[in-house]
Ligand binder design. Structure first.
Ligand code: ADP
Length: 362
């Protein structure tokens, strides 16, 4: 035992000279469990005939703290007899810390690579979905144009009724295309922080009622029912953006209730907030997927080939966040889903970034 040992361990030579070193610096594992001498690779090797050129262990200081060491053991012989051993050790705290730091950085790098790969996979999948989604209405538009042209060439004229149904169909498909493109533009606005609100004081009940009329006109399989107090509820919101959120929730309620059925919407006042809940009795969302539904591009029913880009709820959440509100999903016992939007009635709860009273919508 030399002065370096005293410095590193905190013991003085006098304190330890009459007992085996194991009981001084090696009596416990780092987690506090006792370290029996029989398990010790240094002391259990007595009588040491073979040198141990390198080993790593953890030693204990006088104050009970532990530190990693690298050790080497060389047998001590006198007249061909083993009379002990020289144990040489070195505090390798810094080396270990450097190794741990290197491993931490490596793990971070690996994690970043995995995330980048996942993001790139998601983007590729999204492009496939987006291309497919855009192609469907375009194919349909071309179909209407070709059929109408052929009929015109064959018959020389079109009845007003034929023109009306064709134009109506074209209008619907164009609207579908426009919505998809608008969603893509919204995602790029969100990514660059350019999603802006143009707020007004508007009656939320009237807005919900109008959106529900629009949604009801898009389905005859579902019955939309509104429950609301008669009082108008004035809130400081962007009407077009709130309409967009509602249209998305209502369209989802319809789309993910393939058997048709009741869709209940409730508008209520909760203190200084207005709450809009859309409840359907459709497919619901599997428990393991629920955490992701507000993520960009996420689709919980993608395997069932339902239309959509997985962007509606993501955009809805950004819009509601900008208003200083919340949007949540719940899955009641009876099946289906309930999406609830809660918005502050006045501007005091809104995020300042979402307040753009003037300027044009881009
Ligand atoms: P999409 O364009 O795919 O409908 P959304 O962002 O609007 O994208 O919704 C994300 C996913 O959440 C959907 O793909 C669907 O799996 C699920 N989802 C949304 N609304 C409902 C609902 N009312 N019932 C069941 N699943 C829903």
């Amino acid at each position: 035992i030399n002065p370096a040992f005293e410095r590193v361990t905190g013991y003085t030579l006098d304190e330890i000279k009459d007992r085996p070193a194991h009981y001084t610096v090696h009596y416990k594992y780092p987690d506090g469990r006792p370290y029996p001498m029989e398990e010790c690779p240094i002391d259990s090797a007595y009588p040491i005939m073979q040198p141990v050129p390198y080993g790593e262990e953890v030693f204990v200081r006088k104050d009970g703290t532990v530190f990693p060491v690298a050790f080497a053991v060389a047998p001590l012989e006198r007249d061909g007899q083993n009379v002990g051993a020289v144990v040489e050790f070195r505090d390798i705290t810094q080396q270990k810390e450097a190794e741990e730091e290197r491993e931490r950085l490596l793990a971070l790098e690996q994690q970043a690579r995995i995330m980048a790969e996942a993001a790139s996979r998601l983007r590729d999948e999204f492009l496939t979905v987006a291309a497919h989604e855009l192609k469907t209405p375009m194919t349909s538009l071309r179909g209407y144009a070709q059929v109408t042209l052929r009929r015109l060439e064959r018959e020389g004229t079109l009845t007003p009724e034929r023109v009306r149904t064709t134009l109506k169909a074209i209008d619907q498909q164009t609207l579908r295309l426009a919505r998809l493109v608008e969603q893509l533009l919204d995602v790029s606005r969100i990514a660059s922080g350019r999603l802006a609100l143009q707020r007004q004081h508007i009656d939320v009940v009237g807005l919900v009622r109008a959106e529900m009329d629009g949604a009801q006109a898009r389905t005859d399989q579902h019955t939309l029912v509104l429950s609301v107090s008669d009082q108008p509820l004035l809130a400081w919101v962007d009407p077009l953006r709130l309409e967009q959120v509602l249209a998305n929730l209502l369209d989802n309620a319809i789309k993910y209730s393939p058997e048709g059925g009741l869709i209940e919407v409730a508008v209520s006042r909760q203190d200084e907030r207005v709450q809009i809940a859309v409840r359907d009795r459709g497919l619901g969302i599997p428990a393991e997927q629920r955490a992701h539904i507000f993520d960009r591009f996420y689709q919980a029913h993608a395997d069932q080939h339902r239309s959509g880009l997985g962007l509606g709820l993501f955009i809805a959440k950004q819009i509601v966040d900008l208003h200083g509100g919340t949007i949540t999903a719940a899955f009641p016992e009876g099946g289906g889903s309930r999406f609830t939007v809660s918005l502050p009635l006045s501007c005091s709860g809104a995020r300042s970034g979402g307040h753009y009273p003037t300027g044009s919508r881009s």
